[in-house]
Write a protein that binds this ligand. Structure first.
Ligand code: TYD
Ligand code: MG
Length: 454
C-alpha cells in the first residue's frame, strides 16, 4: 500500500504530500495542516497483519422502530432537530462568538432536563460560577442540569462514563484537548480528535452529544470541516449582532429535514421563541414605500414572509456599487443582467443596495421575482400596494418559473392580511378566491405591465 499523504486541506479535504500555503485543489489559503493519526499504536501500523473482528451483518428488511425522540418544551428547537432529540445523536451547533450559543444550549439543556433527560453541561470556556450566574439570569437556577468546567477530553469521558447522562452539551469543542494529540487546543488536529472521540462516545453509549463550535470570519466552523461530516446534525445559529432575532438553521440532519429553521429573539432574560416569524420579519410597515416588496418564502417546512428592500441611486463612482445583505450577490448580478438584456432596463451608472429586513438570510430562488420587483420599484420610484406578496423564480431567458408550495405561501400571506399576489403564470392554484393574483409569464410583463417601465 502506498504511503498515505500526510497533509490535508481543511477546506476541501484534498490530500497533499507536502505542506504549501495554498491548496491547489480549492485555492484556499492557509488551510493545509499535517495529519495526525488518531491511533499510533501497533495495530494502526500493521492493519493487514492482524485479523479484525467479524462484524455481524443484518438484513435491510429488519423492522426497526423509528428512533424514540424526546421533545423539549422548546418547539423551535424540536422543529430544527426534526421533531426532538434522538438518543445517541451527535449534533454540532455553530455560530459566531457572542451570538448566543451558550445561552441557547443552557436553555435547551434545561428544557430537555425538564422533559426527563438527565443533562450535563460541560463548559470549557467559563467557570461553573459564571454558568450559574447566566442560569440565574435566564430563570433556570433550579433546572436539574449538572454543570462541569473542564477541558481535558480524558477527564470529560471518564466523568461521563461514571455519570451516565442522556444528554451532554460540550461548550465549546475548540476548548477541548486530548493528551494523545500533540498540538494546542483549538488546532485542527485537536478539534478533530475531540470531535471524533465525543461522537464515538455518543454512538457507543446512546447518549446525545451537542458540540458547540465557533465559526470563523470566513463562515466555517473553526477547525476542520470534517467535524461536520462526523456528526449527525449540523445546526447554525445565525443573526446580526445589532438585531435581536436569531435563527437556528439545520444545514445537515440525518434524523430530519435539512433547511428547517427555528426563530428566536434575544431578550434580557435569554432567548424567547418566536412562533410567528412572518409577523416579526415584516415589522412595522406603514406607508407603501418604493423599493419595498414582501416576499412569500418557505424556510424548511414553514412559510415565512419577509420584506425585501432595494435602493437604486446614481453612482458618483466609475464602478457602480452592488451591495447585498441577506441574499446572494451572484444571484443579484444575474437578476440585474436579465433586467438589462431581456427587458431593456439598464442599471449602468446606478448603485444598487439590496437588503432583507430583520436579519434573515434567504437562499431560495423563489425570491428572484420579489428582488426584481424591489429593484424596479426602487428604480421607477413606484411602490407596490402594501397588501401584495411576490414570489417566483426567474430564468436567464427572462421567463418566470413556478415554484413549490404556492398554496402554503398564499395561505400564510392571507393569514397576515395580504390580499394580493404577483406570482408565476404556471403556478398551481387552489379554488380559494380570497386572493387577487396577478400571473406573470415573464419578467417583461412585470416591467411593462406592473411598473410601466422598459
Ligand atoms: P452567549 O450565549 O455567551 O454567546 P456565545 O456562546 O455564542 O458566544 O451570549 C452572548 C450575548 O448574549 C451577550 O452579548 C449578551 C447576550 N445576552 C442577552 O442579551 N440576554 C441574556 O439573557 C443572555 C444570557 C445573554
Ligand atoms: Mg459561549
Amino acid at each position: 500500500m502506498a504511503k498515505a499523504a500526510s497533509f490535508t486541506c481543511n477546506s476541501c479535504g484534498a490530500s497533499h504530500s507536502k505542506w504549501s500555503g495554498r491548496c491547489d485543489a480549492c485555492g484556499a489559503w492557509n488551510s493545509i495542516t499535517e495529519d495526525v493519526p488518531l491511533s499510533t499504536g501497533p495495530g494502526a501500523k500493521a492493519l493487514g497483519a492482524k485479523r479484525g473482528r467479524h462484524v455481524a451483518l443484518s438484513d435491510l428488511a429488519a423492522h426497526e422502530a423509528p428512533p424514540p425522540r424526546t421533545a423539549s418544551k422548546m418547539p423551535e428547537m424540536d422543529r430544527v432537530l426534526g421533531g426532538g432529540l434522538v438518543p445517541g445523536s451527535a449534533i454540532l451547533v455553530g455560530g459566531d462568538p457572542g451570538i448566543g450559543k451558550s445561552t441557547l444550549l443552557l436553555q435547551a439543556a434545561a428544557r430537555f432536563a425538564e422533559a426527563g433527560l438527565s443533562a450535563v453541561y460541560i463548559s470549557g470556556e467559563e467557570a461553573t460560577a459564571q454558568v450559574r450566574m447566566r442560569a440565574a439570569r435566564l430563570g433556570l437556577a433550579d433546572a436539574p442540569v449538572r454543570l462541569g468546567a473542564e477541558t481535558s477530553l480524558r477527564d470529560i469521558l471518564t466523568t461521563l462514563d461514571a455519570e451516565k447522562p442522556d444528554l451532554v452539551v460540550i461548550d465549546s469543542i475548540q476548548t477541548i484537548w486530548s493528551d494523545t494529540v500533540e498540538s494546542a487546543p483549538g488546532s485542527v488536529s485537536q478539534v478533530r480528535a475531540a470531535a471524533h472521540e465525543l461522537t464515538s462516545y455518543a454512538k457507543r453509549r446512546g447518549v446525545s452529544v451537542i458540540l458547540v463550535g465557533h465559526v470563523t470570519k470566513e463562515g466555517q466552523i473553526a477547525g476542520p470541516r470534517v467535524v461536520e461530516h462526523m456528526v449527525d446534525t449540523v445546526l447554525y445559529f445565525e443573526g446580526e449582532r445589532g438585531h435581536q432575532f436569531r435563527i437556528l438553521r439545520a444545514v445537515k440532519n440525518r434524523f430530519g429535514p435539512a433547511d428547517e429553521i427555528g426563530v428566536f429573539e434575544m431578550t434580557g432574560g435569554g432567548l424567547a421563541e418566536v412562533a410567528n416569524p412572518s409577523a416579526l420579519f415584516l415589522g412595522d410597515r406603514g406607508e407603501p414605500a418604493p423599493g419595498s416588496v414582501v416576499f412569500a418564502g418557505i424556510e424548511g417546512t414553514r412559510p415565512v414572509l419577509c420584506e425585501i428592500q432595494a435602493l437604486v441611486a446614481p453612482t458618483p463612482h466609475s464602478q457602480p456599487r452592488r451591495s447585498v445583505v441577506g441574499w446572494d450577490g451572484g444571484r443579484l448580478a444575474m437578476i440585474l443582467a436579465v433586467l438589462e438584456s431581456r427587458c431593456g432596463v439598464p442599471f449602468a451608472g446606478l448603485d444598487v443596495y439590496l437588503n432583507v429586513a430583520g436579519g434573515l438570510r434567504i437562499s431560495e430562488p423563489a425570491a428572484d421575482l420579489a428582488v426584481a420587483a424591489a429593484l424596479l420599484s426602487a428604480r421607477e420610484d413606484t411602490s407596490l400596494p402594501l397588501d401584495t406578496v411576490v414570489f417566483g423564480e426567474i430564468s436567464l431567458s427572462g421567463a418566470v418559473r413556478a415554484v413549490a408550495q404556492t398554496e402554503n405561501r398564499l395561505k400564510e400571506a392571507r393569514k397576515l392580511g395580504f390580499t394580493g399576489a404577483i406570482l408565476p403564470e404556471q403556478s398551481k392554484l387552489g379554488s380559494d378566491g380570497a386572493m387577487t393574483v396577478q400571473k406573470i409569464p415573464d419578467l417583461s410583463e412585470l416591467v411593462g405591465g406592473i411598473f410601466g417601465a422598459g
